[in-house]
Ligand binder design. Sequence first.
Ligand SMILES: Nc1nc2c(ncn2[C@@H]2O[C@H](COP(=O)(O)OP(=O)(O)O)[C@@H](O)[C@H]2O)c(=O)[nH]1
Ligand SMILES: [Mg+2]
Length: 462
Amino acid sequence: MQLLVLAGALVRRARRPSRRLGLLFKGTALVALLCVFEALLHAHLHGIPRPPRDLDEPFARHCQDPRIAAQRPREKAALVMLARNSELDEARKTIQNIEAQFNQWFNYPVVFLNNEPWDPAFVRELNASVSGQAIFDTIPAKDWFFPPGVSPDKARESMAQQAASGVYKGGLESYHHMCRFYSGAFYTQPALAPYKWYWRLEPGVRYTCAVTYDPFAAMASHGKTYGYTVALWEEPATCPSLFREVDAYREANHLPATPHFNTLLETADRPWYQRPWPVRKLLGLLGRPHTSRAGERWNLCHYWSNFEIASLDFFRGAAYQSLFAHLDRRGGFYAERWGDAPVHSLAVHLLLPPAQLHHFSDFGYHHHPFWQCPGNAPGEGQLPGNEALDGGPGREQGAAGWTRESEGAIGCRCRCGGEDGTWRRNNRGICLERMQRAAAATRVGWWERWRGRYPYSIGVPG
Ligand SMILES: Nc1nc2c(ncn2[C@@H]2O[C@H](COP(=O)(O)OP(=O)(O)O)[C@@H](O)[C@H]2O)c(=O)[nH]1
Ligand SMILES: [Mg+2]
């Protein structure tokens, strides 16, 4: 009898922890399930809805006679190049190239900006290269220096640290000033006051197709505000807190996180790799790089700003300048090495609807080390025998001066890379596809994505 009682007590004792274990297991499973559910719901709420039709398309799909487009009145627009006196050769080559490919027909003015007085040799040589008016201006000293709230000594200390830890161009004071200048004061330069549009050039860039229409007029007539070519990932070490600051500005000013803004979040790319709320929140509070306070992570995609055709009115307007003033006060142009490219990209995705952005997919554009090239539209698309395209300064290669034509290509007399001259770009186009998603009526399937097969642009096959 005593033995039976003892056995019963032992069994009861053994059962109790197993019940507790069972409860623990059930509780954990419930929390895990809730987390998965929350993460999926979060991804769903941040999904990018597909518009009923493509909101951006190439402005041209073949050559046009540039003399016809040039008969229309010009926009209030200028090509703008910031340069150093030491970049004379590269600047001249770029101007000769843009004249040959575009400006000899349209004669837009070119504004040259420098933080130092212009060398007379630079002025003389570039004056001789521009078909329109050439304007040489010097940037006011206050626009090429630290802002009032930033101590130069502290900033220099921080830049030395950036250099020591290998931040890309983090140790170059002039580079920091340049990035801050292009992010803000560029737009309010007196030399640009007469214009509504700018086309940014850099010494050394090269256009590899003919541009046979007026891109400023096309931007205006299509209701566009910001035009770009190449999109890439930013160097992570240059801007760990930039996205947090932009998102904090967004929240403080009650701006909605639109689908266009959300294309810049990692949430949009990897719904199956979501972190649930508590983990997200914790990472945000702990100041994880590239992450907002709410725990949303920027995918680091941005448009390369060495090419831009865009509205000066937008960038000198209150909405953009107030965002810039916020960022400038936060000091990240020096405490970190915020580039103007991510600043512009985050701003246009925050402040503009997707239809106001334009990919100049029909432009062949090369800035070392990356390029895009649209290939050549077949047959009559190249306007064989067109006198304006066959002759003219810099077009001496004439009738035979373009690489192989191919079906679906949209360029005009391009010289693209690759053995048969049909390469479209030398980067994978992943950021481009992500950033265009709010404007694209069709999506890349997971299979193509997995194989790295992306379209060349919205409405243009790869
Ligand atoms: N005047 C002037 N222009 C500069 C200076 N640093 C950079 N730039 C210009 O700013 C633009 C971007 O500079 P770049 O060296 O090409 O930078 P990256 O394209 O980011 O490698 C180019 O147009 C340069 O000519 C500078 O110290 N003075
Ligand atoms: Mg450059």
